[in-house]
Design a protein around this ligand. Structure first.
Ligand SMILES: [Zn+2]
Length: 399
């Protein structure tokens, strides 16, 4: 009896991916794996290796990668969702689905700050965070995982409030500094309470992003001691280089570089982290939707920018948007290893790129083309509608 016939209806799903031309792991220590096949059972990676060594039988879906590259689905560490797949900031719909066409399979909210009429009273802040956490846990456009419900701290919040938020399932704070708390001592106290109850934190670094937001300088950033230094390259207005260096050297926290920031400062931060041999601290975000709109290709653009101008190999730049973020944010995706979520993006050099290979094309500053995305072991998109066309694209060989 064929394995497929033996499988009971509604039984386990088995995804087999073969003919992978380049397997990018997301792991800084070993960014390229000596493997050409992946097996995923029920949405989790169960084996990675050479096809000849793996059990590929009984697949419910087979993808022939056609020698293209496979990387973990990209993670955007800094988005500002509001509700559904819509942003009131630029009155745009389907932006999350567009991001998936840019390879982003997971996003982390840095605060639902564009909610029209956003409540600033403490009960309202908590209610909105819990609402957004629940809503985005239940709503996944085309499978994209949105970690929403990131309260922006306001003066007067007590330890009990953070305890309540943590118990309700809130896992991330919105950017410190976007609400009423803009001073170091108050931020430090609340960030520590958040951490105590299992809530990670980030901070708005640099000048005001839009009228009404404020300046957060290196002293506040270092005192607040958030888990992630949100947009250390400014959002958009960056701190002076000496302050950025102070932050890099003055703590061990995550260094987040965003698309909607100062690109020169992003390169300065990258060079500083490289000198310090701490590239594992570098993670990427778009900081969108925002005044600069949304950037479906923002994470890819950051990867190409950092690899071409920042003198890091392309396969390392991809780790900034995958394994680094997954480890720092305690996510179960972002790395090609057994047990992780089967979230993948298939890449190839764009048609007519001057680069000889995918990695070479990124080194030259071109964007890669995306041929397919997979989330939880399920094919979500085929040839991207947003990237330049990939030279080769994977095919679903059997279903
Ligand atoms: Zn910000």
């Amino acid at each position: 009896m064929a394995a497929e016939e033996a499988k009971p209806a509604g039984g386990p799903s088995k995804l087999v991916i073969r003919n992978i031309g380049l397997l990018l792991s997301g792991d800084l220590q070993k960014p390229i794996l000596d493997a050409d096949a992946i097996v995923a059972i029920d949405g989790r990676i169960s084996a990675v290796g050479r096809a000849k060594d793996l059990d590929l039988s009984g697949a419910t879906t087979v993808i022939d990668a056609k020698e293209t590259a496979l990387a973990p689905g990209l993670i955007d560490s800094h988005v500002h969702p509001v509700a559904g797949d819509w942003t009131p900031r630029q009155s745009q719909i389907n932006w999350i689905d567009s991001y998936l066409h840019g390879g982003v399979t997971t996003m982390i909210s840095a605060g639902e700050v564009h909610m029209p009429g956003r409540p600033k009273d403490i009960l309202g802040v908590k209610a909105m965070a819990i609402f957004a956490q629940r809503a985005f846990a239940n709503f996944r456009p085309n499978g994209v995982k949105i970690h929403g419900g990131a309260p922006v701290i306001e003066t007067g919040m007590s330890e009990e409030d953070f305890k309540e938020l943590g118990a309700a399932g809130v896992r991330y704070l919105g950017e410190v500094g976007l609400g009423g708390v803009k001073d170091g001592p108050t931020a430090k106290k609340m960030v520590a309470w958040a951490r105590k109850y299992g809530i990670q934190s980030t901070i708005h670094t640099g000048g005001p992003s839009i009228p009404g937001s404020g300046l957060i300088d290196k002293d506040v950033v270092l005192e607040a001691d958030t888990d992630v230094i949100g947009h250390i390259n400014g959002g958009h207005t960056a701190l002076p280089d000496d302050q950025i260096r102070c932050i890099c050297e003055g703590c061990k926290r995550g260094l987040e570089l965003v698309h909607n920031g100062n690109e020169r400062s992003a390169l300065f931060t990258l060079r500083t982290a490289k000198e310090m041999r701490q590239l594992d601290r570098v993670i990427l975000g778009t900081d969108a939707p925002a005044g600069s709109g949304v950037q479906p290709l923002g994470i890819l653009r950051m990867i190409s920018m950092l690899a071409s101008l920042g003198e890091v190999p392309a396969e390392i730049a991809i780790c900034f948007a995958t394994g680094n973020t997954a480890r720092m944010r305690s996510l179960d995706c972002g790395l090609i290893e057994k047990g992780r979520a089967a979230d993948f993006v298939f890449l190839d050099k764009a048609q007519h790129s001057a680069g000889k290979t995918l990695l070479d094309s990124i080194r030259l500053g071109d964007l890669p083309g995306i041929g397919m995305t997979v989330i939880d072991g399920i094919v979500r998109t085929q040839r991207s509608r947003n990237t330049p066309p990939a030279t080769r694209i994977p095919e679903i060989a059997a279903h």
